[in-house]
Design a binder for this molecule. Structure first.
Ligand SMILES: NC(=O)c1ccc[n+]([C@@H]2O[C@H](COP(=O)([O-])OP(=O)(O)OC[C@H]3O[C@@H](n4cnc5c(N)ncnc54)[C@H](OP(=O)(O)O)[C@@H]3O)[C@@H](O)[C@H]2O)c1
Length: 237
C-alpha cells in the first residue's frame, strides 16, 4: 500500500494511516466512523453484494477498522444480504443491528456464535413476539417509536461504554446518520471498476442542505484502489 496523502510513503502500515488522535467526543455520544466501498461510478454493491468491489487492501482496512471499534453498527438489510456473522478477530466487538422488522435469523452465527452478545437496536412499534424472540439471543435496545432514533440509539451505546462506533452500512443506514449529522469520520474505498446497474450509491438520503463538507485526511493507493479517509469538516463560520 502506497500512501499519497498527507505525505508520500511507499510502503505504509495502514494502522499508521488510520490512527487518529481525537476519536472521542465530549459528553456521552460515541465517535461515529463509517467504512464503505464503491465502484468508480458510485455503486455500493454488485448483484446485491459488496464482494466484487472489495480487493485485498479494502479487506485489510475493513479488518483493521474493526480493531478500532467498540461496536460494529449495521443495517438489517446488509445483515441479510451479506449474511453477517460476529466479528471473529481482535477484541471481537459486538455487532449492533438496526431493524424495525426484526426479520432476522436468530439461529444464525451472528447470534448463536457471538462472543459478545449481538445487539439489536429497534423501536417500540416492532412486533412484540419478535422482540421476545430477539431477547433470547441478543441484547435488545429500544430507541424510538415508529423507527429507530439513531441519535438516541447512539446515546444508549455511549451509556454502555462504547466510545467508537463503526458503521459498516448499508447506504440507507449511513444516509440517515449523515442526514442527522451524526457521522464524524468516513473511510471509503474507491474500487477501480465501472459496474453500472441500479444498486444504491454510497449513501441513500434525501438532498442534504447545505451539503455536508468533509476534510480529506489520508489517501492510500493499492492496485488501483484508492482508500480515502475523511473527517467531518468544521461548519463554516
Ligand atoms: N459498499 C459498501 O460498503 C456496502 C456496505 C454495506 C452494505 N452494502 C450493500 O448495501 C445493500 C444493503 O444496504 P441498504 O442500504 O439497502 O440497507 P441497510 O442500510 O443495510 O439496512 C436497511 C434496513 O435497516 C433497518 N433500518 C435502517 N434504519 C432504520 C431505522 N432508523 N429504524 C429502524 N430500522 C432501520 C431496516 O431494517 P428492517 O427492514 O429489518 O426493519 C432497513 O430495512 C446490500 O446490497 C449490501 O451488499 C454495501
Amino acid at each position: 500500500m502506497r500512501q499519497l496523502l498527507p505525505t508520500v510513503v511507499d510502503q505504509v502500515d495502514p494502522a499508521t494511516a488510520y490512527a487518529e488522535s481525537s476519536r472521542g467526543r465530549p459528553g456521552g455520544r460515541p465517535w461515529v466512523m463509517a467504512n464503505m466501498v464503491a465502484s468508480v461510478d458510485g455503486r455500493a454493491a454488485v448483484e446485491g453484494r459488496t464482494a466484487a468491489l472489495s480487493g485485498a487492501a479494502d479487506r485489510a482496512v475493513f479488518n483493521l477498522l474493526r480493531t478500532l471499534a467498540d461496536v460494529v453498527l449495521v443495517g438489517a438489510a446488509t445483515v441479510r444480504a451479506e449474511r453477517y456473522g460476529p466479528v471473529r478477530s481482535g477484541a471481537r466487538p459486538p455487532v449492533a443491528v438496526v431493524t424495525r422488522s426484526l426479520d432476522l435469523d436468530w439461529t444464525s452465527p451472528l447470534f448463536a456464535e457471538a462472543v459478545q452478545r449481538t445487539e439489536v437496536l429497534t423501536c417500540t412499534s416492532a412486533d412484540p413476539g419478535r422482540r421476545a424472540a430477539a431477547t433470547q439471543v441478543a441484547d435488545v435496545i429500544v430507541a424510538g417509536e415508529g423507527q429507530v432514533d439513531l441519535s438516541r440509539a447512539l446515546d444508549e451505546l455511549g451509556a454502555r461504554g462504547r466510545r467508537v462506533v463503526l458503521c459498516e452500512g448499508g447506504p440507507h443506514l449511513l444516509g440517515q446518520l449523515v442526514v442527522a449529522d451524526l457521522l464524524d469520520e468516513l473511510c471509503f474505498t474507491l474500487d477501480p471498476l465501472l459496474v453500472g446497474g441500479i444498486e444504491p450509491s454510497l449513501i441513500v438520503a434525501p438532498p442534504i442542505h447545505p451539503p455536508q463538507r468533509l476534510r480529506l485526511v489520508s489517501v492510500i493507493e493499492d492496485d488501483g484502489a484508492l482508500l480515502l479517509r475523511y473527517l467531518r469538516a468544521p461548519a463554516p463560520a
